[in-house]
Design a protein around this ligand. Structure first.
Ligand code: IFM
Length: 443
């Protein structure tokens, strides 16, 4: 019987990731406004109390994470709480975040803090949001204020979460995110301003905390031509990749944003990453369709062989994570972190296998001596999943948003075994994810 153990480097970060609006409850921002508009969120759901972290339930959830062996947590700071009006700061809110970060430190958990995770204060939304040329400097002012108060407990920062998702969902006609526009010019302006905001934040953080490590979180979706050797499919897959996946991160390398056949010079964004943060969930197979110029002549579907999550939302395609790490290593030569990876799976049917096989791909990548510092599973607890409301459950712990009861899913114990052992062992895979045995421990 094979008994191998895939061991990770000492000090590897095993965490989960959350975001303020998805877990805190009672936020007042562009999303709470959006949720009130009829038809925007599935079943008319609202974030509402979310997981009631603002009511104090973060303490129990952090206890859960620590007891389950997690030595890190990624959370985000809600700008609208810290700066509820353009001319008003709420330092009390920052004290709550300080408490949370102190709470992580007391539990020997490393904090990774995101400064922008999809939500904007209403006052900024009313002034055009990130289309407003002043948005980058407004963001930098918030970042300075927050980092100054929180730097005692955190030195790992994500400036902006998934700028590509923010732009595609909000400005390119998909209508999922506020402001629900379909406007190429606006999309380009917003992408450029997010890069400017990132660059200002990068420098502001380093000025306050020279030892800080600063990056952003890239949402990377794999795009694979459906038929190897088909040049049209390869063209479409490359075009999707260049626009959706790599346009923002390349701006941070070159100082030039190339996006949807337009180009903007942003020299101040050059070399503003200390690590590469990667959010990976899934991969699509791409076919070529001449009548779909808006989709870069592509049609996407899950890879044929891949098992699917509930509703077909996520295709289980772990090789995509390895390919991503290989590409990011070669291209950027920086330390990397898997800042998100997870699956919507209320019944925890596919998650154990998904977890085992994705963690194994991270291990494989580490064997090439690529510097990978940590893995953050999305998410610690079920939470408000944006336009899909409460219909998707990504948590290791289930959450009933009405009663706030938590339910321990089997993946909690599996992930705990991985984190406690700092390894993926045959015994733990056999116990919690036997479906993954053939891939991980072939006879
Ligand atoms: O819940 C989101 C998160 O806010 C950003 N990345 C993807 C997750 C799952 O859809």
């Amino acid at each position: 019987m094979p008994t191998a153990t895939y061991t990770f480097p000492n000090g590897f970060l095993w965490g989960t990731a959350t975001a303020a609006h998805q877990v805190e409850g009672k936020n007042i921002n562009n999303w709470s406004f959006w949720e009130e508009q009829p038809g925007k969120i599935i079943h008319g759901d609202r974030a509402g109390l979310a997981c009631d972290w603002w009511g104090g339930r973060w303490t129990d959830d952090f206890d859960r994470a620590a007891e389950a062996g997690q030595n890190a947590h990624r959370l985000s700071i809600e700008w609208s709480r810290v700066q509820p009006a353009a001319d008003r700061w709420n330092d009390g809110a920052l004290e709550v975040y300080r408490d949370m970060l102190r709470g992580l430190a007391r539990r020997n958990m490393t904090a990774l803090v995101t400064l922008h995770h999809f939500t904007d204060p209403l006052w900024l939304y009313e002034q055009g949001g990130w289309e407003n040329p002043r948005a980058p400097e407004y963001f930098a002012a918030f970042v300075r204020r927050a980092v100054d108060v929180l730097k005692e407990y955190c030195s790992l920062w994500v400036t902006i979460n998934e700028p590509n998702v923010y732009v595609y969902n909000g400005y390119l006609g998909h209508g999922e995110f506020p402001p629900g526009k379909n406007d190429l010019g606006a999309a380009l302006r917003v992408m450029a301003n997010l890069a400017r905001g990132h660059a200002l934040a990068y420098r502001a953080i380093h000025a306050l905390q020279p030892t800080a490590r600063v990056g952003f979180a890239l949402h990377y979706r794999g795009f694979r031509p459906a038929h190897a050797g088909n040049p049209l499919e390869a063209w479409s897959a490359n075009a999707l990749n260049a626009n959706f996946n790599t346009s923002f991160i390349e701006t941070l390398r070159t100082g030039r944003l190339n996006f949807l056949f337009r180009s903007v010079s942003i020299p101040e964004a050059r070399n503003t990453q200390d690590f590469v943060g990667l959010n990976y969930y899934t991969t699509d197979e791409v076919t070529f369709h001449p009548l779909r110029p808006g989709e870069l002549f592509s049609k996407r579907r899950p890879p044929r062989e891949a098992p699917l999550s509930e509703g077909g939302f996520i295709a289980h395609y772990p090789e995509g994570l390895f390919d991503l790490l290989a590409w990011a290593h070669r291209r950027y030569q920086l330390p990397m972190m898997v800042t998100e990876n997870g699956i919507n799976d209320a019944e925890d049917t596919l998650r154990p296998r998904y977890l085992a096989e994705h963690v194994w791909q991270v291990w494989r990548a580490i064997q090439w001596s690529w510097l990978i510092k940590g893995y953050f599973h999305w998410s610690l607890v079920d939470n408000f999943e944006w336009e899909r409301g409460w219909s998707q459950r990504f948590g290791l712990w289930g959450v009933d948003p009405i009663t706030q009861a938590r339910q321990r899913k089997p993946s909690v114990d599996f992930y705990a075994a991985i984190a406690h052992q700092n390894a993926l062992s045959y015994a733990s895979v056999a116990k919690w994810a036997p479906d993954a045995l053939p891939a991980l421990f072939p006879e």
